[in-house]
Each structure stands twice: as C-alpha cells, then as structure tokens.
Design a protein around this ligand. Structure first.
Ligand SMILES: *Cc1c(COP(=O)(O)O)cnc(C)c1O
Length: 367
C-alpha cells in the first residue's frame, strides 16, 4: 500500500502561479501576471538588507521589531499584530485557528466571494473546512446580501477581499460596517487588504477602526504589493486579543526571516517614498483603464494594482495574444483575464493590444 494523503487533498485546485513572459523578437518582456510591484522596494531596503550579518542566527520568533514598527506606523497595539509568512501565512493561521473538521465529523464553513483570491479554497479546504463561495455581482463586487444569507450555524469565518483580487472593486466603509452589524459576533470576519494602499474611493474602509470596535474582526496586510517585497514573504494580521491569543497558539515560531523583518521595517521607515511609488502606479492604473474604456472595453472599478478584463470564453485566447506581445497576463479560463499594472511601456503595449484585439470580441461581450 502506498502512502495516502488526506481525502481533502483531492478537492484542492492547483494554485496556478503567474507565469513569466515568453520573449519575443524586438520586445522587452514584461510580467503582468502576479500583481507584483514593478518599481520594487525603496532604496533603503537594499541598504538595510546588505547590513544584516546574522544569517546564521534564527530570527526573532515573533518578529518583535516588525510588530513594533507596524504599531507605531498605524497607531495600533504591537500585541494586536501577528506576523505571518506573507499575508497568506497570516490567513492560514486564522483559518487553522477557527475552521476545520469538528470531532463529530461535521465541517465548519467559511464564506467568501468568488471569483476572488485563488489561494482561499486551498487554505480553507486544507484546514478541513467547507468553503461556501458566493458569486460576485456582474460588476465584480462582493454580493454582501448573499453572503449574509449564506450564514448558517456552521459558519465560523467570512473572508472579505477588498479590493477584490482579481475583479478589482473595493468595499466602502459603510458597506463593511453595516455588514458587520448583521454578522453574529462568534463568526470571525477577515478583511483581506493586500492592496489597501492603492484604494482611491470615497469612504474607504477604515479597517483598523473596525477591528478596534469589533472583537471578531481581523485585518490582513502584506509587504508583497505596495512595498514591493513579494519574495521576502512578510505579512501580518491585526486583531484584538480575543483573536490573537488563539493565533499565537497555532503560529509556528520564526515565520518571518531576519531579512524579511529588516526589509519591512526599513520600508515602513520610508513610507512616504512607498506612497509615492504607489501613487505612480495608481496614476498608471487610471490612465490604462481610461484608455480601455474609451475603446469600448467594460472594466470593473479597479482599486488594486491590476485590471480585470471580463473576456469570458475569450480569456485564454487573449492571454495567448498577450504572450505573443511578450506580456505575461493571468487568464482564468471562461471567466476573465487579470492584468497587473506594470512599467509604462508594458501598459502602453497592453493598451495597443486591447485596442486592436478583435473589437468584435468587445462587441460580443456588451451584447
Ligand atoms: C497577493 C495577495 C495576498 C498575499 O500575498 P502574500 O504575498 O502572501 O502577502 C493576499 N491576498 C490577496 C487578495 C492577494 O492578492
């Protein structure tokens, strides 16, 4: 008999990581498939990392200096911050703490919007919990009413992704506050804010206020996107001690390396420069979206560092055409294509491609 994994593994979708671009004659290749920050980290990060001389030592077990820097930057209590290996690590801690298979064999339920972040089903199902996926609306928004209606006595966690990856729209503060008023207090509500620095809406979610006022709210943040530190795997959750006391039980020590911690702290110390870079990308996002809207594309509100092209059955074909132009984009078969805002030249090439890409395809979509 060969070794046998847990049954739940059969239910897991494979995480299709964004692919690198294929080179094409005379074209600089660009990777627009993983929502990475094309501008990279601020210069102080490289200096800080170069000065690390403790590679042979284990890191601080709970990333103390990182938590202190986050506390100071955002006016939260360092005790309320739990570091993770990326915010995906922080999410895994939360799911493993609150949702799984019960001793009677029943499954806890985790509600989230779909389509949303591809990693959610993997994290939730691996924990042994059951995921309840609530379709996003036509314009890529969370259907909060339907999510509330999906709550049962088995619901343990609800995930809100704002802005939603890959569709783009952000929730407003009013929406989330009213939603929380209607969620039973024993259900953990996670607000995944991987892209919060990029949000430019009226009434943006003040998630830190919400986790102060609600003992069942946890906020997820990351250094992978705005801070341009994806490879270092640094993220964290912020929540009250009603939640964090349990997270600390499941959290394995040394989740963040000394390099990651050092880089993240240096980046927070230069937050103004980080914000300038984010602003550049936001302006590019608005430029690209406006250009595509002008040529007849229908693109949902985009509040992250990416755009959603709702191409339906044409998604793989479009991704192929982008590939021919040495642009790697992320296609979700039968649904749409997510394109990261990249370097201006990459964005220009995307606009050109979208402008020429069978206008007929657009026409079909709008019918
Ligand atoms: C990119 C992303 C993350 C997390 O990334 P980490 O690199 O693990 O911090 C989390 N949530 C969403 C919605 C994302 O798009």
């Amino acid at each position: 008999m060969p070794v046998t994994p847990r049954e739940t593994l059969k239910t897991l979708p494979a995480y299709a990581a964004g692919k690198p671009p294929t080179p094409a004659e005379g074209l600089t290749p660009y990777k627009l498939s993983s929502n990475e920050n094309p501008l990279g980290p601020v210069p102080a990060v490289a200096e800080a990392i170069a000065a690390v001389d403790t590679l042979h030592r284990y890191p601080n077990p709970t990333a103390e200096s990182l938590r202190a820097a986050i506390a100071e930057t955002y006016g939260v209590d360092a005790e309320d911050v739990v570091a993770g290996t990326g915010s995906l690590g922080a999410l895994t801690q939360i799911i493993n703490t609150f949702a799984g298979t019960r001793s009677d064999g029943g499954q806890d339920e985790v509600i989230y919007a779909w389509r949303s972040f591809e990693a959610y089903p993997i994290v939730v199902r691996t924990a042994g919990a059951k995921d309840i996926m609530i379709p996003v609306t036509q314009d890529g928004r969370h259907d909060l009413e339907a999510m509330l209606a999906a709550i049962t006595e088995n619901t343990r966690v609800i995930l809100l992704c704002t802005p939603n990856n890959p569709t783009g729209p952000a929730l407003t503060h009013t929406e989330v506050a009213e939603f929380l008023d209607r969620v039973p207090e024993d259900i953990v509500v996670v607000i995944d804010e991987a892209y919060h620095e990029f949000v430019r809406i009226e009434d943006p979610v003040d998630s830190l206020a919400l986790c102060r006022s609600h003992p069942n709210v946890a906020v997820l943040r990351t250094f992978s996107k705005a801070h341009g530190l994806a490879t270092l795997r640094v993220g964290y959750s912020i929540a009250r001690q009603e939640i964090t006391q349990h997270l600390r039980v499941v959290t394995v020590p040394f989740t963040v390396s000394t390099l990651g911690e050092t880089a993240a702290v240096a980046s927070l110390q230069h937050l103004d420069q980080v914000e300038d870079r984010v602003e550049e990308l936001v302006e590019e996002r608005q430029r690209v979206r406006a250009a595509l809207l002008r040529t007849g594309w229908q693109i949902p509100e985009a509040q992250g560092n990416f755009l959603w092209l709702p191409l339906g059955e044409k998604s793989l074909d479009f991704a192929h055409e982008a590939g021919v132009q040495a642009l790697a984009v992320r296609a979700f078969d039968g649904d749409g294509v997510r394109v990261t805002i990249g370097e201006p030249e990459a964005n220009d090439r995307l606009i050109a491609l979208c402008t020429t890409y069978t206008r007929a395809a657009c026409a079909e979509l709008t019918e």
